[in-house]
Design a protein around this ligand. Structure first.
Ligand SMILES: [Zn+2]
Length: 255
């Protein structure tokens, strides 16, 4: 079975580079790359990439790290844009909370109310949510539960392992290739059952090798690492993770 990258930012590469990355990813058996928009510009770029390349699926959202740039009007417009384009997208993301970069209390509150709106729209249009929760994991889980979020992917979860017992049965975790040098992600994978795991890269960020841009085909490194940690065969892990992907995104796989 093929590989999947459920969270990346191809829009951060030059157009020419994107073409090469897509080609190499296909050669290395990557079947799906979910590009996540973070603001108006990258949401439109995400739709453009998904039109151009069959392998690319679109997730649209507003990234909490940039909350200062988002007026109420801007957020409202973008929610409307997502509603209008719901047939073209596979998920809502990248959305969530970021208390690592954002320390200001008023801005954090604004992130929270924006996050609630995105959870609601994801339920309304019946798409999974791809959640960023850096430095705000506990709060993010609390809000997801309050808003009764259903299909949730916790992307690059950096929270304490004891928070895992708060996690809903149906949510999954996408693991980046930085796992090869991160004891946090290694522990996370050991603690989670295989049926809650997905692969992502957050390309060009969170690379497995220092100083090198991350690429979607690096998901294969995550699969190998999971296999090693769980004492399973890599092929078996690959198959299971692909099934997890189908399970999470099934209801929205229309194209
Ligand atoms: Zn991201």
């Amino acid at each position: 079975m093929p590989f999947v990258d459920v969270h990346c930012h191809l829009d951060q590469f030059e157009d020419k580079e994107v073409r090469e990355i897509i080609k190499e990813s296909e050669e290395r058996r990557v079947k799906v790359i979910i590009n996540n928009g973070v603001d108006k510009e990258t949401n439109r770029k995400t739709l453009e990439l998904s039109r151009k390349f069959k392998i690319v699926k679109a997730a649209l959202g507003l990234h909490p790290e940039f909350i200062e740039r988002f007026s109420d009007e801007y957020i409202k417009d973008e929610l409307e844009f997502i509603r209008k384009n719901k047939s073209k997208i596979i998920a809502v993301g990248e959305v969530g909370l970021d208390f690592y970069w954002i320390k200001d209390e008023a801005l954090r509150k604004k992130q929270e109310s924006m996050f609630r709106e995105f959870i609601q729209i994801s339920k309304e249009i019946n798409k999974p949510l791809i959640v960023h929760s850096r430095g705000a994991e506990r709060k993010a889980i609390e809000i997801l539960k309050e808003e009764k979020a259903e299909s949730v992917v916790m992307h690059s979860f950096g929270g304490k392992l004891k928070l895992l017992k708060e996690i809903d049965e149906m949510w999954m975790f996408s693991i980046p290739p930085i796992i090869v040098r991160s004891s946090h992600f290694q522990e996370l994978v050991k603690r989670l059952p295989l049926n809650k795991l997905l692969t992502e890269t957050d390309s060009p960020f969170l690379g497995p090798f220092r100083g090198e841009k991350n690429k979607p085909y690096n998901v294969a490194l995550t699969v190998d690492e999971i296999a090693k940690l769980k004492g399973l065969n890599a092929k078996e892990v690959e198959n299971n993770l692909f099934m997890n992907y189908l399970k999470m995104f099934r209801k929205t796989l229309t194209r």
